[in-house]
Ligand binder design. Sequence first.
Ligand code: UD1
Length: 437
Amino acid sequence: MAVYIVGGKSRIGGSVRIHGAKNAALPILAAAVICGDCVIENCPDLTDVAVALDILQHLGCRVVREGGTVYTHRLEGGDHCIPDALMSAMRSSIVFLGGIIARHGKAEVTLPGGCELGKRPIDIHLAALRRMGVRIREKGSGTLVCSAPRGLQGTELALPFPSVGATENIIIAAVTARGTTRITGAAREPEIRDLIAFLNGCGAQITCGVDGTITIQGVEKLHGVTHRVIPDRIAAGTFLCAAAITGGSVEVQDVNPGHLLSTLAYLNNAGCSVTTRIDSVLLRGPERLNELGIVKTLPYPGFPTDMQAVLMAAAAGAKGTSVFVENIFDGRYRHVSELLKLGADIRVLDRVAVVTGVPELHGGQLRCTDLRGGAAVVLAALSAQGPSVIREIRHIDRGYEDFSGSLRALGADIRREEAEWNGNTDQSAASGDEKKL
Ligand code: UD1
């Protein structure tokens, strides 16, 4: 099992190119199930994307990756079931459901896996699909058997919460449905706009109103397209925070600064100097950050829940007290236990976390609790005094291409060890003097 060995007291400096967005690539790959031959550029090389490519092949698409480009070729036939091993590998496998039903008129999937972020129900997905004419029943413990004997039918849908995944699932199901689907209360994340751009490129008829309503006029069939996935705003935000936490500077390149506004506002208020250009952001961190104020996660364009853990790592060493309110997921404070091991002062009550910045964090024996929480722990360890060993880094591989390599190229003292972890937790392992890994 791989680990990171982090030296501590790193100062980030330099520039980093940001890869394509995981959360845009995944629904686009799910939509490719019902499209003609596609060329998907800037497709990040992540374990979650590898799972999506496996699912796509299983469902009847030939898939070839050449560097950052993925070619999909729709074959005849294909399965309407996703094996449990693939479903449970990541939560977003559920966004394949709408496309499978659209293609086969039926689908069989088990309940999805992914990061442990408290309760993650899929009731909004299922209620919408039912209204579009899908019969859904549960077989055994957690297998969904879906069928649309008369095909999918467009309808009016008012979502009770702007769920990103449910919005994507409905859009994919609706593009080839009979009639018009109108979604009010839909999610507005940039990754949804990217999915819509991809599908419209394939011949779909999707429009977004100024009030956020998404209207999908069903079409007979979709052709292929060449599409470039948008940059990963969460990866970009993570590297910006790395510079902010370590008092360093970084230029994130190939980004859309407009997607980063809420994160940049917090970092700017905390004392960072921020310069945005058309496709890059340059951030210079102060010696020590000021407190971040009240950080509330909200649906886009609010502050993203995926940045909450990373920003909390910044708050842990800042001057003064910052307050976090997690409004999107319950149970998204699992990283707090790891930040406490580094000497952070954080108190959690339900959805609120009060972070009193300490002058210095110290290294420790840590684990990644989930994807973004894992990135937060790495950044905190980089800023800490003394070495750290970080386990369970497979979570980070789900969302960051060569995270340690990118940080090292920016001057961070971090390396990845692929050796077996033997449970030894002494500091000599962390320092690398006498490796016991
Ligand atoms: C997506 C992102 C994830 C991000 C999240 C919120 C992908 C692959 N993942 O996840 O990184 O953190 O958006 O921006 O794009 N909910 C229900 N019922 C449902 C669906 C959702 O109650 O049927 C609740 C969830 O439990 C959660 C909230 O709605 O509390 C937000 O979930 P959702 O927007 O669906 O997140 P995901 O699509 O899973």
